[in-house]
Design a protein around this ligand. Structure first.
Ligand SMILES: NC(=O)c1ccc[n+]([C@@H]2O[C@H](COP(=O)([O-])OP(=O)(O)OC[C@H]3O[C@@H](n4cnc5c(N)ncnc54)[C@H](O)[C@@H]3O)[C@@H](O)[C@H]2O)c1
Length: 252
């Protein structure tokens, strides 16, 4: 039997990067996955990739999870597809980066809406479904929420620290309902946006590797594999934890 056979898993941000990889890995592990993204084209491509791999993925797009009404509608529609929710994987996020003395006020608000508030909305609206039979919530935070971000990432660091705090609190509230709540904090992961940026800014990208104990940037599969484990019964004794997956970058 596969590790997530017939588990109903909602994944946000399946149109790119880590969410796409998670859609492929979770469906491969037997899960019934419902994904969503604000990016219609990317999300449809992910659905086609899953189908080419012999799986099936229900996707809904465009969904802007930073709008609470759209988040609620998506959660309700996604829960209705298979009649329940076993796992909510809050992966989607979008930050605004800027030097601090020029940091725009709307850039701060955008980051809070798209990195922190969207996690609250999806969790808030999925809670009543998860409470029915227990389940797992996986929140994608970042090492930026532990150490601070690179230059320009003030809002990103604050939002991701918020995701870590929210995770710890919700683990406490979830315990009595059999809901485990965990965070993953990726280090620097080679997703499409990062790869483009690194090509355009090699002088800034290279030093990001300097603190890594494992001398490469992470891949989406490095994160998806950990998410798969955290969603599975093998992680039944893990809740309230923030799992750092960063090649050792912030371990010393
Ligand atoms: N790539 C890295 O180096 C890195 C490092 C640490 C943490 N993270 C986190 O990993 C997660 C996945 O990011 P990624 O690296 O795969 O980036 P990505 O940009 O490739 O994927 C993020 C996806 O989320 C979607 N999205 C963003 N805002 C949305 C919204 N409001 N509603 C619906 N969909 C939305 C985007 O359209 C995109 O498809 C994010 O939470 C990110 O903050 C990434």
């Amino acid at each position: 039997m596969k590790s997530l056979e017939n588990k109903v898993v909602l994944i946000t941000g399946t149109g790119s990067g880590q969410g796409r990889e998670a859609a492929l890995r979770f469906t491969g592990a037997g899960a019934l996955v419902v994904g969503c993204d604000i990016n219609e084209k990317g999300n449809r491509e992910t659905r086609e990739m899953v189908e080419r791999a012999g799986g099936s993925l229900v996707t809904m797009e465009p969904v802007n999870l930073s709008d609470p009404r759209q988040a609620e509608k998506w959660i309700d529609e996604a829960a209705a597809v298979h009649g329940r929710i076993d796992v909510l994987y809050n992966n989607a996020a979008a930050p605004h980066f800027a030097e601090f003395d020029e940091f725009p006020l709307d850039g701060w608000q955008f980051t809070m809406d798209n990195e922190l508030n969207l996690v609250f909305y999806a969790t808030r609206f999925a809670w009543k479904y998860l409470k029915q039979n227990g389940g797992v919530i996986i929140n994608t935070a970042s090492t930026a929420g532990i150490t601070g971000s690179g230059y320009g990432g003030a809002a990103h660091a604050a939002a991701k620290a918020g995701v870590i705090g929210f995770t710890k609190h919700m683990a406490l509230e979830g315990a009595r309902h059999g809901i485990r709540v965990v965070a993953i904090s990726p280090g620097v992961i080679e997703t499409p946006g990062f790869v483009d940026w690194a090509k355009a800014n090699p002088a800034e990208a290279e030093p990001l590797l300097a603190r890594n104990l494992i001398p490469r940037f992470g891949k989406p599969r490095d994160i998806a594999g950990v998410a798969l484990f955290l969603a599975s019964a093998d992680a039944d004794y893990i809740t309230g934890a923030n799992i750092v997956v960063d090649g050792g970058r912030v371990s010393w």
